[in-house]
Design a protein around this ligand. Structure first.
Ligand code: 1PR
Length: 736
């Protein structure tokens, strides 16, 4: 065990690796020389791997907000976070994460674990790391092995304490990636000796093998596995599948993309062999669908063909909103060890495609669910399990399912059952509006009609708590989802806003219900001319633990353009992100303001007769969309916007109302009815909740699928459980 000083700053070429992560950090540092950490050479190995999947351009370095950001988030976390960002496949934890590192004495790579941060020291941070084991496994082939081999020959190992530069150049495929690291960067606080020991959680035998085929976000399942105390071994080759002790195939992304990856590298065949040999397997969502003969998601695409049947789309004509998002009940059809105790509880689904029961596949079916029709919610044969829902997002019920699969001998205490789940539940969502206050701290705030400043002399930003803490609390309190809205994202660039990414990352480690994040998702060109696509921004949010992203302003511009031209360009953030991550992952957040009218024909937008008359007795209103947190009204109504974004690929609508926000007088029923009747995707009612009765009112009078509140939860005026109990008493199904 030893300590390492860590410093970063500008100008040593390392920026070509770390992109905006370092940029943000370096801009905060007052230093003009970069000092790199962890015996420096650990980074290139992983960087090389990263380059093959998501090349980053030159770094964006500009001094910004130096004085405001302070040291609230320690730079080392940025540094490691940066490496994690680059090496998403190697592990997501910052602390507790394993990294490769060049052992100068042994002249070989070793795995290290970041144990804890010791303290900050001037412009540096000190961390403590543990050396776990030699990374001999990386020498055995696979991408990591090849990269490690490749670099070994070229790398001149650093001499500690020297002040020269080391230059490492490596190439992978046609790409060259030169790095320069400053040797002076590293100073050990105790003798640089590695104490080699086994991984804390056990070696490969205790690891869960995870097939991340790269088609989407699998961060949530990683977090859940780690939460249960297990290591993750990523599949690199078909042999890894065949050698797995327990294999999880999580399912996110599109069916065709997944099958392409599996077929092209021999993994489909390995999976069939593994499953036919009755080895422990758990498929989740797409991981269930791939077992069937084919899916209609992207035309007709063949699956593994192990279970008879075709995966088809839910039909929104029968009154059900598609995607099927939310907490639904299972009908257990046969004994399935992992689903013991689950029958009467809700689990979380998010999908538009499903397989249906038939004579041919009935021997596989362990449970079904109803959403307009009966569909297959889980299958089991021997040690092979697959579920259509997401256990990693199904709270403690889901964790218990995973535990039964991963740790079959562990004893799980049954939670006493209060009610029986029968159908899709209405969701209760806690929302955290987040922004930096005037001291540079990222805080949960809350506005009155979007004004988040106190009405005091200092006019400071209202501070209602710490984002990670509050989100964790709401999860424990029974929130069905948690949303973060980075409310100044429209003017700040989210990839420069690492605290927000950190918040998401830490929250997702302990919150096992869906997490949505919004704010600032748009294409962006920085001061150096470096272009970032909205897809990159969204990808970063997903990589940090988001299950869904929410788009505000940019969706308004996209809808305006679409309504003007009638052409779907495929280039808007909405279209791009939903194409890659699926529309269930894309929420559009609408911030409308009520505009009263005496006649519905006064404007060219859809108007409604309002229950509460306007200030001059007006009987009608249209709802004008705004951008930039309500600062600018746009020539488009909420109705027109909702219909347009549904066509462009939104999977859900978060429907705010500026007039009602923070007022505690109830949701805008006229608006929510208007929009929830107009679209076939789920609508989340937001703004104005003040009492439990407001929740039952919105579900009784409109077709909203979920209701979101902020102020009453932050101020602890109404507990989430009270809302749910009230809804149950009113005969409205909720998850308890
Ligand atoms: O435009 O893509 O950058 O996204 C910005 C996001 O930030 C949008 O989702 C927008 O709604 C949100 N936002 C921007 N400014 C504010 C603000 O409050 N000044 N917050 C803001 C929106 C609205 C709700 C709120 C409910 C419930 N917050 O989500 O939580 O109204 O509140 P209540 O229960 O206390 O009434 P972009």
């Amino acid at each position: 065990m030893f300590l390492v000083d860590v410093e970063f700053a500008l100008g040593v070429g390392f920026e070509s690796v770390y992109s905006s992560v370092i940029a943000k950090f370096t801009s905060k540092s007052r230093s003009k020389s970069i000092k790199i950490f962890l015996r420096s050479c650990c980074i290139p190995v992983m960087e090389m791997e990263r380059v093959t999947e998501f090349p980053l351009g030159p770094v964006d370095i500009r001094p910004r907000k130096q004085q405001r950001l302070g040291w609230d988030v320690d730079p080392i976390e940025f540094g490691l976070f940066g490496s994690e960002k680059i090496h998403g496949k190697l592990g997501e934890g910052t602390f507790g994460q394993e990294l490769e590192c060049w052992d100068n004495e042994k002249k070989e790579f070793v795995a290290i674990k970041i144990v804890r941060r010791i303290k900050k020291y001037r412009d540096a941070a000190m961390i403590e790391i543990d050396v776990l084991q030699q990374v001999s496994k990386y020498d055995k082939g696979g991408n990591r092995g090849r990269v490690a081999e490749h670099l070994k020959g070229k790398m001149e190992a650093p001499t500690l304490g020297s002040s020269q530069f080391i230059t490492i150049s490596g190439s992978l495929g046609s790409r060259r990636w030169p790095l320069k690291l400053h040797r002076n960067s590293i100073s050990f606080k105790s003798p640089p000796k590695f104490s080699v020991r086994a991984s804390a959680v056990g070696g490969d035998d205790s690891a869960v093998t995870l097939l991340d085929y790269g088609a989407g976000n699998v961060q949530s399942i990683r977090n859940a596995i780690r939460y249960l105390g297990l290591d993750i071994k990523d599949v690199q080759t078909p042999e890894d599948i065949l050698n797995a002790k327990r294999l999880i195939v999580p399912g996110v992304g599109a069916f065709a993309a997944m099958m392409d990856v599996l077929n092209n590298n021999g993994m489909a065949e390995a999976l069939c062999t593994y499953i036919n040999n009755d080895r422990p397997f758990l498929g989740i969502c797409l991981g269930l669908q791939l077992l069937f003969e084919s899916s209609e998601e992207n035309g007709i695409v063949r699956g593994l063909g192990l279970i008879p049947g075709v995966v088809g789309r839910f039909d929104s004509c029968n009154g059900c909103r598609v995607p099927h998002i939310g907490w639904n009940a299972l009908q257990i059809e046969k004994d399935s060890v992992i689903l013991d105790d689950v029958e009467n509880r809700h689990v979380y689904f998010v999908h538009s495609y499903r397989a249906v029961p038939s004579e041919e596949n009935k021997e596989w079916i362990s449970s079904t669910c109803n959403y307009g029709i009966d569909f297959i919610s889980s299958v089991r044969r021997g040690n092979v399990h697959a579920v259509q829902f997401h256990p990693e997002k199904s709270g403690d019920v889901g964790l218990s399912i995973l535990r039964k699969f991963l740790l079959p001998n562990s004893c799980v205490t049954k939670k006493p059952l209060e009610r029986k789940a029968t159908k899709l539940a209405k969701r209760v969502i806690a929302c955290l509006d987040v922004r930096t206050n005037d001291n540079g701290d990222l805080v949960v705030t809350k506005g009155d009609q979007y004004d988040v400043r106190e009405q005091t002399k200092d006019n400071e930003v209202r501070n209602l708590g710490k984002p990670v803490e509050l989100a964790g609390q709401y999860y424990l309190d029974g929130a069905d989802e948690v949303s973060f809205l980075n409310i100044t994202g429209f003017r700040d660039f989210p990839l420069g806003d690492l605290p927000m990414l950190q918040i998401l990352k830490y929250t997702s480690e302990n919150v096992f219900v869906p997490l949505t994040v919004g704010g600032g998702i748009r294409d962006f060109t920085d001061g150096n001319g470096r272009y970032y696509s909205s897809l990159e921004v969204a990808s970063e949010y997903f990589r940090s633990g988001a299950d869904k992203i929410s788009i505000g302003s940019d969706a308004v511009y996209a809808a305006e353009e679409y309504l003007k031209t009638g052409i779907k360009t495929g280039k808007s953030s909405l279209e791009q992100i939903s194409r890659v991550y699926g529309n269930q992952a894309v929420v559009v957040s609408i911030d409308p303001r009520r505009q009263y009218l005496t006649s519905p024909h006064e404007v060219g937008f859809k108007a409604v007769k309002v229950e509460n008359l306007g200030p001059n007795g007006q009987e009608y209103a249209w709802y004008q969309c705004t951008v930039n947190g309500g600062r600018e009204g746009r020539p488009i109504g909420a109705y027109e916007l909702a219909k347009a974004v549904e066509e462009l690929g939104a999977g859900e609508i978060l429907l705010n109302c500026i007039d009602c926000d923070g007022q505690g007088k109830g949701f805008d029923i006229d608006l929510i009815k208007l929009i929830s009747d107009a679209v076939c995707i789920p609508v989340i009612a937001s703004s104005g909740a003040g009492r439990v009765e407001h929740f039952s009112e919105v579900f009784e009078k409109t077709n909203a699928s979920a209701a979101l509140a902020a102020g009453i939860f932050h101020r602890k005026e109404v507990p989430i459980q009270s809302v749910k109990e009230h809804l149950l008493n009113q005969g409205i199904e909720v998850r308890m």
